[in-house]
Design a protein. Structure first.
Length: 131
């Protein structure tokens, strides 16, 4: 039976961000017409890691931020909060899997073409395995 490592990681990340982020609401699925500021747990990119029979996945994942306003500073504050919550954080074992510490890989921040909203994306990495 295949373990769904990405879902286990997404659940842990959602719980962590919900408890740590105060500058925006955290979503896995954003309601239609939801106004910023928001933090969205976005895409997961799992890949098998190790040799045949090793139950380990290397998972990169993206956390997206949207804030309203033409100033970059509030987005950087929100990204700092997300990074503080996740970088070097290790989730407790759950659902029959163990997690490595999460690592922050990179971040981007850009003004959207509407000139009224800033969009940020942060890429993180974790290893998830069966104990």
């Amino acid at each position: 039976i295949m373990t769904d490592y990405a879902s286990a990681l997404e659940t842990a990340v959602f719980t962590r961000l919900t408890s740590q982020v105060t500058l925006a609401t955290v979503y896995q699925h954003v309601p239609e017409n939801q106004a910023p500021p928001v933090v969205i747990i976005a895409d997961f990119f799992p890949e098998q890691f190790g040799g045949k029979g090793d139950e380990v996945e290397r998972i990169e994942f993206d956390v997206v931020q949207v804030i309203r306003g033409a100033a970059r500073k509030p987005l950087h504050a929100l990204q700092s909060e997300v990074k503080s919550a996740l970088h070097n954080w290790k989730a407790a074992d759950a659902g029959g899997v163990t997690f490595s510490e999460v690592q922050h890989l990179n971040s981007t921040a850009q003004l959207l073409p509407d000139g009224q909203n800033y969009y940020g994306s942060m890429r993180f990495l974790a290893f998830v395995q069966t104990p």
